[in-house]
Structure formats: structure tokens, C-alpha cells
Write a protein that binds this ligand. Structure first.
Ligand SMILES: Nc1ncnc2c1ncn2[C@@H]1O[C@H](COP(=O)(O)OP(=O)(O)O)[C@@H](O)[C@H]1O
Ligand SMILES: [Mg+2]
Length: 313
């Protein structure tokens, strides 16, 4: 480590992923201390700007997930205050947070993403979108995946098995967001590829212990999902997944690090991209640290590198 820095770790906040963020933040703080930096953790709230002004940190480590922290809001404040910060800039955060926007960008760029449609609340309330559901269901098939356009950690995601289940799934989606994404279901395995700097790390495969059990609870409860890294994939598939993830990271304008979530179709083997996460989790059970470990990069080295990348930007 070159130089001891004054680092603030931004964590917590008001997002639904507050708990995950507190866990990520605590772990990041420990690592930064071991690296010899002077570290202050901030649970972000009303006094954020005042505290940042008073502290004049060398760099801010953004360990926030979800609303405010991952959607460009905090990044915009850090820009205004002229404080270097980790991870992606404002525009990339906005693109990653909005799954509809990022899926359009991918489709336009020829990057495979499951077929989809999306509607905002107005379409249902004022334009009679419900009348079009039959046509949508015909195009996308069942089960139909319904998710809020801008949440993470599987919050609000429903798999509707038949037309009767669609209205309730839409209501659930709209309880999280004003825009909902309806997506073709891919039957297969979940892959995650983390990017560090300009390199894709080894692929992580998430295998749920119970079919159908991959929800918010399962993801953060050790033992309910098994993560394999490196994934047991044919070498050309592994390479293809890494190439796709790096292409998405670049397409969305991410910097420093990110994690791209993909599906691998069980029948055809086809890879499709679900989304990119601008601030992937850094907890004990998170996938980026696992992938780094598989690449021979310890958690402390990972955190050190992320800070370095922030200062180089
Ligand atoms: N189209 C889909 N087909 C099958 N499974 C899906 C689909 N979309 C999401 N999932 C499942 O839900 C998980 C979370 O979806 P994702 O789009 O990555 O949202 P987030 O991680 O932001 O909650 C995925 O990792 C996958 O297991
Ligand atoms: Mg995801």
C-alpha cells in the first residue's frame, strides 16, 4: 500500500437493501483499516453533506446498495463536493439501476437479454394497458417474470405461472416501482460475472438448494444457495460469459467494478444478460469477493484495488 488515506465509507441509508449495505460497509471498513488507512463510516442520512464537508476525505467508498446509493444520487453529491469516489459515475449508475433502460441499451447493441416489455403505472391507470396483457403473455409465455424496473436483491420479483397470477404480480411490482418489467422466463442457471478494473473475474454459478427458493431471504442466508466459483462450465462458455459481462460493463459506462447477472438456458446453453449492478454486494456471502478470491485476489487486495481505481479515474 502506497499512502495512508482518509477514507469515508458510505453505508446504510434508506434503501430496502440497507441491511446488506451495513454488512458490506462494515467489512469494507475493516479491510481499509488493515490496509493502513484512516477510516470513518457514515450511515448516510440528512447530515451527509455536512459531514463530508467537515471531514474532507481523500476518497469516499460507496458501499450503498439500491436507491440513493446505487442510482447516481449519492454519486451526484460527491461530484458536487469534488470528492473522488469508488465505482461508477452518475450516468452509469442511472443506466444500471433502471433495468428497462439497460435492457434496451443491450438489445440495441446486440447483446442478448431475455425478451421483455415494460409499462409504467400510467399505462395501466390511464391507457388501459391491462387490455394488452393477453398479447404480452402470448409473446413472452409462461412462467412470466415480473419485476420492478429499479430494485435489487430480488425484491418484488414474481414468477407468474399462469394468466391468473399476473395481476397480483403486477401489483407487487408496482408496490416497489412506478415502472414494471415483464420478462421471458429462462429456465436454467444463474451466472454472475464481476468486473474489476478492465477485467472479468471468474464466473460464479448460483445453485439454489430448493428449486423455486431463490428469493431475498435465500440470497443472504448461508446454506440456502450454493455458489460455485469457478463455475463448472465448458471453457468456451466461461469465456463467452466473461466477454458478455465486460461488454455490458463498457456499454453502460461503468468504471472500477461492477457485477453482471446472466442466465444460461438449460436446454440451449444460450447466455442472456439480466442486469448489471453498479455497486455489487461486498458481504461475506457476496459474489464479487468470491470471484476475486478465485482469481487469487484477497478481500483486502480487492478493496485496495477499488480505491486505487477511484483515485485513478
Ligand atoms: N427472466 C428470468 N428468468 C429466470 N430467472 C430470472 C429471470 N429474471 C430474474 N430471474 C431470477 O431472479 C434473480 C434476480 O433477478 P435480477 O434481474 O438479477 O434482479 P435483482 O438481482 O436486481 O433483484 C436472478 O438472479 C434469477 O435467479
Ligand atoms: Mg441480479
Amino acid at each position: 500500500m502506497a499512502k495512508a488515506l482518509k477514507v469515508v465509507v458510505l453505508k446504510g441509508g434508506r434503501s430496502l437493501e440497507r441491511g446488506v449495505s451495513l454488512a458490506s460497509g462494515a467489512r469494507v471498513e475493516d479491510a481499509l483499516e488493515r490496509l493502513g488507512h484512516s477510516v470513518v463510516g457514515i450511515d448516510v442520512g440528512h447530515d451527509l453533506v455536512a459531514r463530508l464537508r467537515a471531514m474532507e476525505p481523500d476518497v469516499a467508498f460507496v458501499a450503498l446498495h439500491g436507491r440513493d446509493g446505487e442510482d447516481g444520487t449519492v454519486q451526484e453529491l460527491l461530484e458536487v463536493l469534488d470528492i473522488p469516489y469508488t465505482g461508477s459515475g452518475v450516468s452509469a449508475c442511472i443506466r444500471c439501476t433502471d433495468k428497462v433502460l439497460s435492457k434496451h441499451a443491450m438489445r440495441d447493441a446486440g447483446i442478448a437479454t431475455p425478451d421483455f416489455l415494460s409499462f409504467n403505472e400510467t399505462a395501466f391507470k390511464e391507457l388501459g394497458a391491462a387490455e394488452a396483457l393477453g398479447a404480452i403473455e402470448e409473446r413472452l409465455g409462461f412462467p412470466l417474470v415480473i419485476k420492478p424496473a429499479d430494485q435489487g436483491s430480488a425484491l418484488g420479483i414474481k414468477f407468474a405461472g399462469d394468466p391468473g397470477a399476473v395481476p397480483a404480480a403486477l401489483v407487487a411490482g408496482f408496490s416497489y416501482s412506478t415502472k414494471v418489467l415483464l420478462e421471458r422466463h429462462i429456465s436454467g442457471s444463474d451466472l454472475a460475472v464481476s468486473i474489476l478494473g478492465d477485467e472479468a473475474l471468474p464466473v460464479v454459478e448460483a445453485i439454489p438448494e430448493h428449486e423455486d427458493g431463490y428469493d431475498f431471504e435465500a440470497r443472504y442466508t448461508i446454506g440456502q444457495t450454493r455458489f460455485v466459483c469457478p463455475a463448472e462450465l465448458p471453457p468456451e462458455t466461461e469465456q463467452q460469459a466473461r466477454d458478455l459481462a465486460l461488454a455490458v460493463h463498457r456499454l453502460l459506462g461503468c468504471s472500477g467494478f461492477s457485477r453482471v447477472d446472466l442466465m444460461r438456458d438449460r436446454q440451449t446453453g444460450e447466455l442472456t444478460v439480466l442486469e448489471a449492478n453498479a455497486v455489487p454486494g461486498l458481504t461475506e456471502t457476496s459474489l464479487l469477493p468470491l470471484a476475486a478470491e478465485a482469481a487469487g485476489i484477497s478481500f483486502d487486495a480487492l478493496i485496495g484495488r477499488i480505491v486505487e481505481l477511484a483515485l485513478d479515474r
